[in-house]
Design a protein around this ligand. Structure first.
Ligand code: SD4
Length: 336
């Protein structure tokens, strides 16, 4: 009996080794073709959008490994980006709206489909932690604006100024021309979305952002909207978005990626199909000139992928096989 178990164990490890070797040197498109990696992932696994996802993954991984609940891991993980003034697209130090106000959006979702969200929240450094409190301590899913702030304060969060000198300078520079035409991959990007598959095989996710730079005061993007910026179904998989929120909301982006995985598509195929749909729907749209949208997705087997409209999108992956590293996402458009 035990020798049979040993054999199975060795055979599995062998598969991991071979698949890992086979993946080396392949393009993102080949790597995420959905063929190679189905049986190779061990749990847990965490994926997060953009390079700042590396530090976020590192923290979330520590928590998952020390058996902390997955939502705590997500809050601590993306909380690293929220607190970092050099990440000018999330939390403290985020680029402001056109009136110079930093307004934040975030949401969180667990394997029971419970979720919490805050939007248009000002003065609180960790909106993801407030979103978790909405999930836990209210009968609601979303709180917005002053009500969200009032709730955060009642939960013991501290109000502080989130506009750093660096972000204020960039805002002043922007005011010189005041044109709303977000710079691709810079001003309409870098939301941190994190998806985790824990050791028990349960999915969870979180998303937090200061939203599109120079947005109108009061504008809410996709990131706090369950189904748009983030969605998961614990029977199927999870997906999250980054990029121009308006385009993601118009197409219910993340929910659609999960639905395609339910129908049997790999994370790569699902992300690609929804990115192509968004691209096609916007071909003649006024937003097209600065349209960028990227998705990350993971399924119950731990297969993951990223795909975007324009090149330049990448995401951080942490698993037991290869540790924490960046993966580049394939894109619909090849060149700018
Ligand atoms: C939004 N999706 O508010 C977000 C933008 C983003 O870093 O990805 N920002 O539209």
């Amino acid at each position: 009996m035990s020798s049979r178990r040993d054999f199975i164990k060795k055979a599995t490890i062998g598969t991991i080794g071979i698949s890992t070797v086979l993946n080396c040197g392949k393009s993102a498109e080949e790597k995420h073709s959905g063929v190679a990696s189905v049986k190779t992932q061990k749990k847990p696994i965490i994926i997060s959008t953009w390079r700042h996802g590396l530090a976020a993954n590192e923290e979330a991984w520590k928590q998952l490994k020390s058996k902390k609940p997955a939502l705590d891991a997500i809050v601590s993980g993306v909380g690293i980006s929220e607190a970092d003034p050099n990440v000018q697209s999330v939390g403290y130090g985020g680029l402001p709206d056109r009136e110079g106000k930093v307004t934040l959006d975030a949401c969180i979702m667990d394997h029971n489909s419970d979720c919490g969200s805050v939007s248009f929240l000002q003065g609180i450094k960790h909106p993801i932690a407030v979103a978790k409190k909405v999930l836990e301590n209210t009968p609601h899913v979303m709180l917005s604006g002053k009500g969200a702030l009032q709730f955060a304060l009642s939960e013991g969060f501290k109000e502080e100024n989130l506009l750093t000198e660096k972000s204020k300078e960039r805002w002043k520079k922007w005011l010189e021309n005041s044109k709303y035409k977000p710079v691709i991959n810079i001003e309409n990007h870098d939301t941190i979305s994190m998806l985790a598959l824990d050791e028990a095989g349960n999915l969870s996710g979180g998303c937090t952002t200061s939203g599109a730079a120079w947005k109108m005061h009061g504008r809410v993007g996709d990131s706090p909207i369950i189904g748009a910026g983030l969605f998961l179904d614990n029977d199927v998989g999870a997906a999250a978005a980054t990029g121009l929120g308006e385009a993601v909301i118009r197409t219910s982006g993340s929910a659609m990626v999960v639905e395609l995985m339910r129908q049997g598509k790999t994370p790569f195929e699902a992300c690609k199909e929804i990115v192509e749909r968004i691209y096609n729907k916007h071909k003649n749209h006024k937003d097209m000139e600065y349209l960028q949208v990227g998705f990350i997705a993971i399924n119950k087997q731990g297969e993951h992928a990223g795909y975007s409209i324009r090149p330049g999108f990448n995401y951080a992956v942490y698993d037991t096989i290869e540790g924490n590293r960046m993966e580049s996402a394939a894109s619909k458009m090849v060149k700018e």
